[in-house]
Design a binder for this molecule. Sequence first.
Ligand code: GDP
Length: 458
Amino acid sequence: MPGIVIVGAQWGDEGKGKVVDLLAERADLIVRFQGGNNAGHTIVRDGEEFKFHLIPSGILYPDKTCAIGNGVVLDPSVLLGEIDGLRRRGVDVANLRISANAHLIMPYHVLLDTAGEVKLGKLSLGTTRRGIGPCYADKALRLGIRVQDLLDEKILRAKIRVALEPKQQALRELSVHRRKLRKEAGEGTRQGGDQSVAEAPDPRLDLHAMSEEFVSYGHRLEPHIADTSRLCWEALDDSRTVLFEGAQATLLDLDHGTYPFVTSSNPIAGAACVGAGVGPADIDEVWGVAKAYATRVGAGPFPTELDDDVGRHMLERGHEYGTTTGRERRCGWMDLVALRYAVRLNRMSALAITKLDVLSGIETLRLAVRYRSKEGAVLDRFPYHQSILHSVEPEYEELPGFEADIAHCRSEEDLPAEARTYLEFVSDFVGVPIQLVGVGPGRDQIVWTGSTAGLAAS
Ligand code: GDP
């Protein structure tokens, strides 16, 4: 099947990196289509751990082409850091291609992201403060700087000048606001707190220095800059397999997620077309990746969240700490109301369930099958009104847990009967076959279930 999209089915960190890595083996081209270095994939290969924020996970295969699509926002210093890190470990990055149309995260985007979050205080969104949101905002405002601009010093400088001016103004205002707050808090003019917020004039906002820095990035990135849409068309027209790699996840989608506690791009399958430059008919399969439980980073509604020993079990056994920020993830039961929503929104054709091993040792497993609103109404569907979602109580199906360590299981028959029942329940409820199940972080720690009886719906 030539065009396969891989998306997160929950709130991110589902283990997409590992699933992409596994499917990449059968693909020729792997394309990231949205997000920036707010994503973080971890892949464990022969006991060696690789963390990627921008480069598609397929880079570990020397014979595959990996592309950063036009829908991605790219911090060149981060990308070059990843390229250097991979080279040091002997990974060849010659096959990396970067869309000339992708937008660049500039130093002022990072400063604005941080300053904006600091200003929001308790109401902050919990962004990764990497400048992703402000960069997408500039793209929509037509003030963005694109990868292709790196190749023309004159244009680059002119575009930075135009984009920089309103940022300096905004950062000055945020800085004044901060000083006022400090004064009110009795801190006088003493320096402290978050030093990364701009106190004008900030040397990081110097037009000349910034232009020089980005010109030098351009020199280094030039061999990788390409028309990545054309690469996709050529591969697809030639019946070669293209993997479209999503970052973040469905419930963090800018349009369909739990706004405003979402990411600033569209991680759903439909966005693969825009973010890579292909048509809907180029997509043959959509794989959703979901953990056997649920986690969420940062603020926002999370109906099945646990604040007890089971939640701590998931946190510790699942090592639920962010790849990008190191933040503790919130943990809870798998939410089938939300998953069914994600299945339909992405029109998923398959599910990969990861981290089933983390559930071993939990006596009774729970799966949210409906919500009850504050007023007592039963909700079978994911509510479109955010206030309702904030206050719903999930109702659970209870299934027996399993004691055995399943890290060594490699076939469906190896799994305890309770684990199989759990997976079957999930698959039946959302109406999508489970194609593979993760039983540990290692590349080989998987159970392919698609072609075996029971789990595959067709
Ligand atoms: P992504 O952003 O969706 O790729 O997810 P992350 O890489 O941030 O988080 C997934 C983490 O879970 C990584 O540390 C993986 O090595 C790990 N992981 C992936 N699949 C499994 C699994 O089946 N079991 C366990 N225990 N860990 C897994």
